[in-house]
Write a protein that binds this ligand. Structure first.
Ligand code: ADP
Ligand code: MG
Length: 268
């Protein structure tokens, strides 16, 4: 990990409106490969708005500022183009897809990531993605790495899944897609302990010099399992404090109000 290298993800003074209402009010953040960041904040501070904006959800309008990934602004890119370029987001509320197995879903997702963005040349044979046999071997390898049972791959995606199983599918997807930056947005209602362990074990297994991770969380519980080097606190649409792991410990004992007061003093 070289700190002189340019961060893969650079968010600059981001302002975002939802249905005409400004939610993000100048959020700046940088994440490099090899780093684990935690973004924390109370309900309604704009964490999910930020995550959705990163992935290009059409309802979230960037009114000013920029999101740059690997040196290029992604604001004009569709969600699938962002994913293909190596930005990954584990969805807070994953949808159920009855009739589509976990394995089929993951194969489609991987082939989309591997496919060229545009048809290159009519004369060139189009890449059809990974052959099924190779995919099955890769899937088995990743499931073994994450200590998942083989039978999981044959189940219908998110159909009757527990919280932990949904998270398992997301982590497996992350393992296969090998994103350069992964964003995990946790449910505000909190994960049950099983889901929490799936996410933290998965992140700890997959973290390394080739991926940067941004864990978005309301509760700092998960930080007992994942050790971020950087902690950021978000209040009312912007980051009001950044620090190391000690900041999460301080939040645990003091809550968010002291930062709210500090931020108000700072802006008045
Ligand atoms: P957090 O994830 O930190 O709890 P959110 O980003 O979900 O915060 O919400 C921040 C604010 O944006 C809230 O006031 C919420 O009501 C509003 N908001 C977020 N998404 C939408 C949406 N799709 N439509 C309308 N308001 C939204
Ligand atoms: Mg949220």
């Amino acid at each position: 990990m070289s700190s002189s290298q340019k961060p893969e993800l650079i968010v600059e003074e981001l302002h975002v409106a939802v249905e005409g209402k400004e939610i993000l009010k100048g959020l700046s953040l940088e994440v490099r490969k090899g780093e684990i960041h935690a973004l924390m904040g109370p309900n309604g501070s704009g964490k999910s708005t930020f995550a959705n904006t990163l992935m290009g959800h059409p309802r979230y309008q960037v009114t000013s500022g920029d999101i740059r990934f690997k040196g290029e602004s992604v604001l004009e890119l569709e969600t699938d183009e962002r994913a293909r370029s190596g930005l990954f987001m584990a969805f807070q509320y994953p949808v159920a897809i009855p009739g589509v197995s976990v394995a089929n879903f993951l194969r489609a997702a991987l082939n989309a990531r591997l496919a060229p963005a545009e048809p290159t040349d009519d004369k060139m044979p189009q890449r059809r993605g990974m052959p099924p046999k190779e995919f099955r071997a890769l899937l088995r390898e990743k499931m073994a790495l994450l200590k998942m049972d083989d039978s999981f791959a044959t189940r219908y995606l998110n159909d009757g899944f527990s919280g932990g199983e949904k998270k398992r599918a997301e982590i497996l997807q992350m393992a296969l897609l090998k994103p350069e930056i992964a964003i995990m947005d946790e449910t505000d209602s909190g994960l049950d302990i099983d889901a929490l362990k799936v996410v933290s074990d998965g992140v700890n297994t997959l973290a390394g010099p080739e991926v940067g991770v941004l864990v978005i969380t309301h509760y700092n519980r998960i930080l007992n399992y994942i050790k971020p080097q950087f902690v950021h606190v978000m209040l009312d649409g912007r980051i009001v404090r950044s620090g190391g792991p000690e900041l999460a410990v301080e939040l645990e004992s003091r809550g968010y109000d002291w930062l709210r007061e500090a931020a108000e003093v700072g802006t008045s």
